[in-house]
Design a protein around this ligand. Structure first.
Ligand SMILES: C[S@@+](CC[C@H](N)C(=O)[O-])C[C@H]1O[C@@H](n2cnc3c(N)ncnc32)[C@H](O)[C@@H]1O
Length: 254
């Protein structure tokens, strides 16, 4: 019962959220122009990384679960013919539709209102994305969603998951509206559903890694290995004591 109440709190929180810019999504009070600049560079580099990991293939369809105002969803058009964004917040969806119209790509995009736990149209979905949305599901709902995604056709399709982690010292815990899990906790859940990790990286390492690569001309693997400790020294206390870092996985379905 406690868990059920907590889930509705998370849904309610998101359903009632007004859209007044990037802070509505990130829950951060950092200046909006700074967040937008950072996120825009971050999205571009993650997209680059996804393209590298997916290989030279054009995907048929991407489904973005918990799409918010659609910035990521529209970027996925670089990978696929069509994208679908799903969210419980009507204002976010309106903003997403406006951005798609302004970019002239309405015919390739669809923004739907709904709960990701109830959604089941994965036809031709070569990639399903869960960007900063799995932390709003309790353990049972998360496992049920992963099980559904693992068994829905097409076989061998990919999942991209990005979420905040709990620090390994603190362990998994339930925050005000979200569920913070350790990296190991997530990876055990993926393994139980037969989801294989194809690529993984800390979000915090993505931008410094690119900078190290550009400055020192290091190969990607080395710049990524070095970037994480560099960032960790700056923000290590928070990362160790409470919340870990945002992490990204690209998974392959059985
Ligand atoms: C932190 S935002 C992330 C938005 C976007 N994916 C991104 O990465 O910027 C989390 C999003 O998940 C949505 N969400 C939360 N629970 C959901 C649910 N059960 N079904 C569909 N969307 C949900 C929220 O409305 C919100 O837009």
């Amino acid at each position: 019962m406690r868990e059920a109440l907590a889930v509705s709190r998370a849904r309610l929180f998101w359903e009632q959220r007004r859209y007044d810019g990037v802070g509505a999504i990130t829950n951060s009070h950092a200046p909006a122009h700074w967040q937008e600049a950072y996120l825009s560079a971050f999205r571009a580099l993650v997209l680059q990384r996804l393209k590298r990991a997916l290989g030279d293939v054009r995907l048929r369809r991407v489904v973005d679960l918990g799409c918010g105002p659609g910035e990521w969803t529209l970027r996925y058009l670089e990978l696929a013919e069509r994208v679908v964004g799903l969210d419980v917040n009507l204002e976010f969806l309106e903003a997403a539709r406006r951005t798609a119209a302004a970019a002239g790509c309405e015919d390739r995009t669809q923004f739907l209102a709904g709960d990701m736990l109830a959604y089941d149209d994965y036809d031709e979905a070569d990639l399903v994305c869960l960007g900063a949305s799995v932390q709003y599901l309790d353990d049972d709902d998360l496992d049920a969603l992963l099980a559904r995604l693992a068994t829905a056709p097409p076989r061998g399709a990919r999942l991209y998951v990005r979420t905040t982690l709990a620090s390994p010292l603190r362990g998994s815990y339930h925050g005000n509206v979200g569920y913070f899990r350790t990296r190991g906790d997530y990876e055990r859940r993926f393994a139980r559903q037969g989801l294989e990790i194809v690529d993984a990286c800390y979000s915090a390492a993505v931008l410094p890694a690119q900078a190290l690569r550009d400055l020192l001309r290091l190969p990607p693997s080395w710049s990524e290995r070095l970037a994480f400790p560099v960032w960790g020294l700056v923000c290590g206390f928070h990362a160790l004591s409470l919340q870990g870092l945002h992490h990204n996985w690209l998974l392959r379905k059985p």
